[in-house]
Ligand binder design. Structure first.
Ligand code: GUN
Length: 298
């Protein structure tokens, strides 16, 4: 039987509709709206397309959206000064510096320079530490892991007591999602295993998973025989494997492929996210949710 397809676009639309309505109420009552600055350094095609979507979404929700598209040659000091300017700007509640940054800029220094109270990505070590503690300590759950958790919960899959296997140990996805799902509390309480490039026999670990989360960045890595029948499969991979011309706009667009062999996997899994249209839209919705929360706290 074919798996339930977990529709990230539909879920994210529901969340964004709620945020849009909350923003309108806030604006009418207080005259304030959430402020988000997106800082994009250079023209990395994937980054440009992510930031464009974030900007469009923020504007559509009625946010005060400030776009800082800066030259790839910007010095580290100038970029740090730009971040500092928005740390001090009271109309801005969220600062997003799109990663990766050019090689001459120390990414860590830039992330550390963001005020943790405006770090809507949840990448600052203060927020990483808060996430590790869990519960009320968490200010900004990082967007992609938060989107994954929300998708699993909303698709009705039981996380409590489940065997979760996370493929990939990045700071943006693998480590935080593992941490979030093992916390005590609703939408968590799972038994979590993290596997990675040095793991012996990846397949045997994956086959144990009730919930398999794949964020490896390797197109088609997970084969159908690695999936336990009926498992929930979350594919975080967004791999650009080529280009095609859009029938709608006539423009060149990237052909995206996930880390899971979707067509075969959907015949084994109980539920599965597509690429595109699964986790991706949720990341943006969670960014907007974090920015609204930050505005409320301020
Ligand atoms: N690059 C890839 N994913 C992300 C993300 O979630 N936030 C930022 N700032 N950069 C990214």
């Amino acid at each position: 039987m074919s798996a339930q397809i977990i529709d990230g676009r539909a879920v994210s639309k529901t969340i964004l509709d709620e945020i849009r309505s909350d923003v309108a109420t806030m604006r009418d009552k207080t005259g304030t709206v959430p402020g988000l600055v997106t800082i994009l350094v250079g023209e990395n095609p994937a980054s440009v397309s992510y930031v464009t979507l974030k900007v469009r979404t923020a504007l559509d929700l009625g946010f005060n959206e400030v776009q800082e598209n800066v030259d790839p040659g910007i010095s580290e000091a100038d970029l740090l000064a730009l971040v500092e300017r928005y740390n001090r700007d009271e109309s801005i509640h969220g600062i997003l510096v799109q990663l990766p940054l050019p090689d001459h800029i120390d990414e860590k220094k830039v992330i550390y320079a963001i005020d943790p109270d405006k770090d809507v990505d949840g990448f600052h070590p203060v927020n990483v530490g808060r996430l590790m503690i869990g519960g009320d300590e968490v200010l900004f759950p990082p967007c992609t892991p938060a989107g994954i958790q929300e998708l699993i919960v909303r698709s009705g899959v039981e996380i409590e007591g489940a065997e979760v296997v996370v493929v990939g140990r990045s700071n943006i996805v693998g480590k935080p999602i593992a941490n979030m799902l093992l916390q005590k509390g609703p939408g968590a309480n799972a038994t979590v295993t993290v596997v990675h490039t040095r793991t012996r026999d990846l397949a045997s670990h994956c086959r144990r998973a009730d919930i398999l989360i794949v964020a490896a960045g390797v197109p088609g890595l997970v084969k159908p025989e690695w999936i336990k029948p009926g498992a929930c499969v979350i594919d975080v991979g967004v791999n650009r494997v080529g280009e095609k011309v859009s029938r709608k706009t006539g423009k060149k667009i990237a052909i995206l492929r996930g880390d899971v062999d979707f067509d075969a996997a959907k015949e084994i899994a109980g539920s599965i996210t597509p690429v595109p249209g699964g986790v991706g839209p949720m990341t943006i919705a969670m960014l907007m949710k974090n920015t609204l929360a930050s505005c409320r706290r301020s």
